[in-house]
Design a protein around this ligand. Structure first.
Ligand code: NG6
Ligand code: CA
Length: 506
């Protein structure tokens, strides 16, 4: 694997490093912005076929860049995918990287090369804005009322404005660098995921106070913040609590400030937006705007956010010197714990497009997500079917910046820079997907390792893709993974399962 990485490294350098850069920052390395959506499905954007909801800004990004049709998160849930994008390592290599509670310790190693550190080492200013969900502090609960570290600042970012976990988990506060924003020292925050603390109303006991109800049997009925029951209990920090309706605007504002402040120097912005994760509670101007309930409304809000970032770059005259990567951390889900109308108003919308499965699923809908790269004037617009993953961004940008990677770091990140920039149609030759089991993609084929479990995750109504027998699909002819070819191709099953084992133990 390392051998391959190095070979590609040299080959690509010759092709890309001398790209002339026009615009205000002439001669500088390009800025890089990763816009990372949450739970956005492949089929949730109109350039990937959504007809019931329109995403004009994301579509514009795609038409001015490369729209990848085989682009992947490494996992079908948030924490492992985010771990991979920032470390260049498959999350299953490290214990404790599944969906984290809001008071978990940091899981990103502070002594390893991360995506942010790659840019820092090249003189970039780096920022993490949005959803974190990779834990904070060293062990046990972070000190919400004091210095919250280590976190983003210790793992490659010069500036951070984020919320700790997910929008549906306490504490529902923003953290700027090491401190909770707007915390009143007399009203200290306490968080608990085991039992109730304080005497604030909960969704379970005070459902009359809710403005959006949780799905029966799906939790989300603990402390009520802003009329919405959350996962986990919190007390205190009243002044610091966010308003869900303002999340998108707050993150966009922070991003705009950062971009404007650093417009004259190379910057890297990891903008991990909260949309379209639950609770879906759009800003008032987006409420009821789509035909698809709040889920469609927050897709429109996400599209607005992308548009604001694009406008900011245009206004500052730095669009041509800025690479935007747009993607999502995992596939789609309609009902993820709240009765927000996503199921009732699905209206024929297919959030995973033609694929089966979605969030939590090992089927393609779980990890194959929107994936767009735009670099105006440098990257020729088009569509690419090459196999690419977010885990590759680290090695690819390291190559762009002519930075060697320590042998021990980013073990699963491949330098596919020339593919990401449209100079090659060749992506990864193989890739591992993770969701309760593992799958290996190699060329047109996908092998899913046998695993006991329900066929359907009933609570979210998503096919798991789990089976006790091996599954083998030809994705080129059967993107919907309907015809299990394992029995007809025992040799290929053997070859791919042993290759998966080799990757797992390497
Ligand atoms: C699940 C939550 C879901 C969501 C998910 C994390 C329940 C029943 N479901 O456990 O609502 O928060 O975790 O989503 O609690 S992710 O996109 O951050 O991975
Ligand atoms: Ca997610």
């Amino acid at each position: 694997m390392h051998y391959v990485k190095k070979l590609l490294f040299t080959a690509v350098l010759t092709g890309v490093a001398h790209v002339a850069v026009k615009g205000q920052q002439k001669g500088q390395q390009p800025n890089v912005i990763i816009i990372y959506a949450d739970d956005l499905g492949y089929g949730d954007i109109s350039c990937n076929g959504a007809a019931r909801v329109k995403t004009p800004h994301i579509d514009q990004l795609a038409s001015e860049g490369i729209r990848f049709t085989n682009g992947h998160a490494t996992a079908a849930t948030c924490t492992p995918s985010r771990y991979s994008i920032l470390t260049g390592e498959y999350a299953w290599r490290k214990k404790g990287t599944n969906i984290l509670p809001g008071n978990a310790a940091l899981i990103v190693p502070t002594d390893r090369t991360t995506l942010g550190k790659v840019f820092q080492r090249s003189g970039y200013r780096t920022a993490c804005i949005g959803k974190w969900h990779l834990g904070l502090g060293t062990q046990g609960e972070p000190d919400w009322n004091g210095e919250i570290k280590p976190g983003p600042l210790e793992t490659g970012f010069d500036y951070a404005f984020f919320f700790p976990a997910t929008a549906d988990r306490v504490p529902t506060v923003y953290v700027e660098n090491h401190r909770v924003v707007a915390l009143d020292p007399k009203d200290t925050i306490q968080v608990n995921y085991q039992h109730k603390i304080g005497n604030e109303p909960t969704g379970k006991e005070n459902s009359e106070l809710l403005k959006m109800h949780s799905t029966p049997g799906q939790g989300h009925n603990q402390t009520i913040v802003n009329g919405i029951g959350r996962i986990g209990w919190m007390t205190g920090g009243q002044r610091a609590r966010w308003t869900d309706e303002s999340l998108a605007g707050d993150f966009v504002n922070q991003a705009q400030h950062f971009i404007e402040e650093h417009r004259r120097q190379p910057f890297f912005l990891y903008l991990a937006l909260s949309d379209i994760h639950v609770p879906r509670m759009p800003d008032t101007r987006f409420k009821g705007k789509s035909e698809l309930g709040y889920r469609g409304d927050v897709i429109m809000q996400l599209d607005w956010s992308v548009g604001e970032i694009m406008k900011t770059l245009d206004y500052l005259g730095i669009a041509k010197n800025t690479i935007i990567v747009f993607s999502s951390d995992n596939g789609p889900v309609l009902d993820d714990g709240y009765l927000d109308g996503a199921v009732a108003q699905q209206n024929g919308h297919q959030p995973a497009g033609a694929m089966r499965g979605g969030k939590y699923s090992i089927l393609e809908g779980g990890t194959r997500v929107p994936f767009i790269v735009r670099w105006p004037g440098t990257v020729k617009p088009g569509v690419s079917g090459a196999l690419v993953s977010q885990v590759d961004l680290l090695a690819s940008f390291a190559a762009m910046l002519r930075q060697p990677l320590p042998e021990s770091d980013a073990p699963d990140s491949w330098n596919i820079l020339s593919t990401l920039l449209g100079k090659s149609q060749q992506g990864r030759s193989s890739f591992v997907e993770q969701a309760n089991t593992m799958a290996l993609i190699k060329g047109d084929w996908k092998y899913i390792a046998p695993q006991r479990g329900p066929k359907l995750f009933e609570a979210v109504n998503i096919e798991s893709g789990l089976d006790t027998i091996p599954q083998l699909y030809n994705l080129k002819n059967d993107l919907g993974e309907k015809n299990n070819m394992a029995a007809a191709h025992p040799d290929m099953v053997k070859e791919m399962s042993s290759m998966l084992e080799t990757i797992r133990s390497s």
